[in-house]
Design a protein around this ligand. Structure first.
Ligand SMILES: [Zn+2]
Length: 513
C-alpha cells in the first residue's frame, strides 16, 4: 500500500463515491437498453439526468481542486512511476477538463446538439445536405470555442484539444503521420483486390440459424475467451455495447439476425474483448474500503486502447483460420449440421472478403479504416477552417472515389450517414482506426512472446492470450498514456506496418494476391 496523505485519502474516497454514481448511471442505462418497458422512458430520463447532475457536482466540487493541489505539492506522493503520481496526474487532467468549460457554453452545446440531431435525421431522410449545413456550421463554431477553452498544446492545433477527450495525449499531426502511409498502401490493396479474379463463396454466412442456437454458440466462444460469465452477462439490444460497472459485473449485449450469424458472433467477440478489458482492470474487491475503484488507475486508458482489445478478439482471433479450426465443429454441433459441409478455408475466406462500400458501419475489416480516415481528414479541416461546410459533400465524394473507387450516389449514403457531428462528437472517429493499429502492433508482439499461440487457438485454448493482455495492458489502467503503453509493450511507437502486414496477408490468403 503506497504511503498517502489526508488530502489524497479524501480524494480517493470522494472519487469512489463518484465511481459508484457512474456505475449506477451505467446500470440504469443498461436496463433502459435491454429490459425496461417502453412506458418507463420518461421516468428513466429524469433518473438519468438527476444522476448526471449529482455526478457533475461532485466532480467539479472546488474541494477536489484543493485536494489535488495539496497532493501535487507533496513530493512523497509524486515519485516517478508510482501509482499515486499517476493518479494525481490523471485527477488533475480530469478536473481541469471538467472545470474549463463555462456553463453557458455547456448549455449551448447541449441545446445545439439536440436540435442539430433532429435536423440531421430529417436531412438524412431527405438526402438534403443544405438543410443540415447551417447546423453543422454552428456546431463546428461551438467546437472551436470548446477547443479554445480546453487550450491548444504548444505547436498544436484546435483538433488536439478535442481528441484529447477520447485519446489523451495524442495529436492530429501524430495521427496523420500514421494514417498517411496506411491510406496510401490500403488504397493500393483495395485496387488489387478489386482486380482479383477470384470470387469467394460466402454461402456459409447466410445459413438460417435460430437466435437461441446463435446465443448458445456465442456463450461457448465467450467462455473460451475467458470472459467470466459469473461476473458478467450477455443480453440482446439493437445497438451492441459493453458496460463495466466495476468489480464483478460487466455486461455485454449483441443482436441476432436469422440469416447472418456472423453479425452476432463477431459482435459478441468484439464486445467480449471490451468486456475482458473491463474485467482485467485493477478495480479490486468492491467490499474493500481501500480498493482502487473510482481512481483513474482503475480505468481504461483511452478509447483507442479499449477498441484495440475488441478488434483483436473480433478480427485477429475471430477471423483467423486457427479459430475456425476449433469453432467450425462446434458451430455444426450448436447451430446447424450444415456447417459440416464447409471447410475451414471456406469459412476463413468468407469472413475475410474485402469489398469497398458506402456505409462505414457495414464495412469489412480491410476497408473500414478508409471510412475513418476520410472522416478524420474532413473534420480536422472543418475545425481549422481549411474546409467550408458547404464543400463537405464534394470533399466526401471525391475521397470515396479516390480511395475506395466508388461513386457516392447521394448524401444520405454519403456525408449524412453518421450522427456524430450533429451532436458535436468531433475527434472521436480516429479512435476506431487507432484501435486497429494498436491491435495489430500488440498482436505481432504477442505472437513473438507466445510462439505456440496459433496452435493453441486451433484447440480453442485462448486463456493464455487473455492473461497476456491482462498482464501487459489491462492491469495498468491509466498508469501510462496510450502512446507510452504501446512503447512499453511493443518497444516501438505506433506505426502502420503491423496493420498493413496483417491486412495484406489476409488478402493474400483469400484472393491469392
Ligand atoms: Zn468497440
Amino acid at each position: 500500500m503506497p504511503k498517502t496523505t489526508p488530502a489524497y485519502d479524501a480524494l480517493c474516497a470522494h472519487l469512489r463515491s463518484v465511481g459508484h454514481l457512474t456505475s449506477i448511471a451505467a446500470l440504469v442505462s443498461w436496463d433502459q437498453e435491454t429490459y425496461m418497458p417502453p412506458k418507463g422512458a420518461p421516468m428513466r430520463a429524469e433518473q438519468s439526468s438527476l444522476l448526471a447532475e449529482i455526478t457533475h457536482q461532485r466532480l467539479t466540487d472546488p474541494r477536489v481542486g484543493e485536494w489535488i493541489s495539496a497532493c501535487e505539492a507533496d513530493a512523497t506522493l509524486n515519485k516517478k512511476g508510482s501509482v499515486t503520481a499517476a493518479n494525481i496526474r490523471e485527477m488533475r487532467r480530469d478536473y481541469d477538463r471538467r472545470t474549463k468549460l463555462p456553463s453557458s457554453l455547456v448549455a449551448e452545446l447541449a441545446e445545439t446538439g439536440s436540435r442539430a440531431q433532429h435536423v440531421w435525421k430529417d436531412a438524412r431522410a431527405k438526402s438534403d445536405f443544405k438543410m443540415f449545413a447551417p447546423w453543422l456550421d454552428k456546431m463546428m463554431a461551438l467546437q472551436r470555442q470548446k477547443a479554445q477553452c480546453y487550450g491548444v498544446p504548444a505547436g498544436g492545433e484546435l483538433y488536439d484539444a478535442l481528441i484529447d477527450e477520447y485519446e489523451p495525449a495524442v495529436t492530429a499531426k501524430e495521427i496523420a503521420a500514421v494514417f498517411g502511409p496506411l491510406r496510401k498502401d490500403l488504397t493500393e490493396l483495395v485496387k488489387q483486390v478489386a482486380a482479383a479474379k477470384k470470387k469467394v463463396n460466402t454461402s456459409c454466412l447466410t445459413l438460417k440459424i435460430d437466435p437461441a442456437a446463435q446465443h448458445a454458440f456465442g456463450q461457448k466462444v465467450l467462455e473460451a475467451m475467458g470472459f467470466d460469465l459469473e461476473a458478467g452477462r450477455l443480453d440482446v439490444t439493437t445497438h451492441p455495447f459493453c458496460s463495466g460497472f466495476g468489480a464483478g459485473d460487466t455486461r455485454l449485449t449483441t443482436r441476432y439476425r436469422d440469416e447472418k450469424f456472423t453479425d452476432a458472433l463477431f459482435g459478441t467477440m468484439h464486445e467480449g474483448g471490451h468486456g475482458l478489458y473491463e474485467q482485467g482492470l485493477p478495480k479490486s474487491d468492491p467490499g474493500k474500503k481501500k480498493g482502487v475503484f473510482g481512481q483513474p488507475i482503475s480505468e481504461a486508458v483511452s478509447l483507442g486502447i479499449h477498441e484495440s482489445q475488441s478488434r483483436m478478439w473480433e478480427n485477429f482471433v475471430g477471423r483467423s483460420r486457427e479459430f475456425w479450426t476449433w469453432a467450425l465443429p462446434i458451430a455444426a454441433k450448436t447451430m446447424s449440421p450444415k456447417f459440416k459441409s464447409f471447410s475451414v478455408d471456406q469459412m476463413h475466406a468468407a469472413v475475410n472478403t474485402t469489398t469497398p462500400s458506402l456505409i462505414r458501419v457495414e464495412a469489412d475489416e480491410g476497408t473500414y479504416n478508409m471510412h475513418v480516415m476520410i472522416r478524420f481528414e474532413i473534420e480536422r479541416a472543418l475545425l481549422s477552417g481549411d474546409m467550408k461546410v458547404k464543400d463537405v459533400p464534394a470533399a466526401w465524394n471525391d475521397r470515396y472515389a479516390d480511395f475506395l473507387g466508388i461513386k457516392v450516389p447521394d448524401d444520405r449514403r454519403g456525408c449524412l450517414q453518421d450522427v456524430h457531428w450533429s451532436f458535436g462528437l468531433v475527434g472521436y472517429f480516429p479512435t476506431y482506426t487507432l484501435g486497429n493499429l494498436y491491435a495489430a502492433q500488440f498482436w505481432e508482439k504477442i505472437n513473438q512472446d507466445m510462439p505456440g499461440l496459433k496452435k493453441d487457438m486451433t484447440k480453442g485454448k485462448l486463456l493464455d492470450l487473455r492473461d497476456w493482455l491482462k498482464d501487459n495492458i489491462h492491469k495498468h489502467g491509466r498508469r501510462y498514456t496510450a502512446a507510452e503503453l504501446c512503447k512499453k509493450v511493443t518497444g516501438k511507437n505506433l506505426e502502420a506496418g503491423p496493420l498493413l502486414r496483417h491486412l495484406r496477408s489476409k488478402a493474400q490468403a483469400v484472393y491469392g494476391i
